[in-house]
Design a protein around this ligand. Sequence first.
Ligand code: MEV
Length: 286
Amino acid sequence: MATCSAPGKVFLFGEHAVVFGKPGIAMGIKPRVFVTVRRGKNPPRVNSPYIENCFEQTGVNGSAYIHSQLPSSSGLGSSAAVTVATLSAINEEYNLGMDRSHIASTAFKIEKKVQRGRASPTDTFVSTYGGLVLVKDNKRRILPPENLSLVIGNTMVSHKTAELVGMVGEFRRSNPHVVDPILDAIEAVTIRSLHNFHNQKTLGRYMDVNHALLEALGVGHPMLTRLVTAARTSGAYGAKMTGAGGGGCMIALCPKRSKSRIAKAIEAAEGRAIITSIDTDGVRTE
Ligand code: MEV
């Protein structure tokens, strides 16, 4: 029997723009998915296409049990974390000798298959390696970690990433002169944020700007606006939606002393709050 766990992720800057080759910054977060794999011929399994595909890809038989601290379908990369943790537990239990880069690429392949062609390589990368990750020229690399205090607000409104990505693509095709400058502005904010990780007030201001630009792309939602406003008015340096938008989650960058006040304000606005910070472990054996 082997148990492995993998973290979730948030986009700090640049979601949607990364789909068009622009830079983005993502980060592993503390909540994790734990998966236990047991050997066995045809044992019962959790009913998950991600897990089914992990066994299929690795060609072994076994059962898997999930315990998740991450809400699903909320943009925090829970399916990537399930896939990465399952592959890693299979790797441990059957001594398959897969290294991290093999786990990340196999997990991406599985996500792509299950999600019928559209998956985020950033989700599986961040879940495998953890840390602060720069997406640039469609490649991902790990940046030095930063100690950011975040409160995540889950709108509890489910969203479909593929549909939202498709919608932005369509908006761009029909209105390139309007959408391209928005993507350029998101790129500028992402690049400037890289130079301001030690200036949290400025970083927060950039989050506010990034949120407005995502709204201009058409991926806002009234509940996101409500939670972002609640966080800002209760002392956050800045707040923005994270991930695909249209529901899902927002993040607030907080002074350390104000985390619980901001979490309470998010809950009072009918969101579910998670106080968190960076995960630098990535996938690990428990
Ligand atoms: C979803 O978490 C982030 C998007 O930029 C899609 C992607 O990066 O694949 C909307």
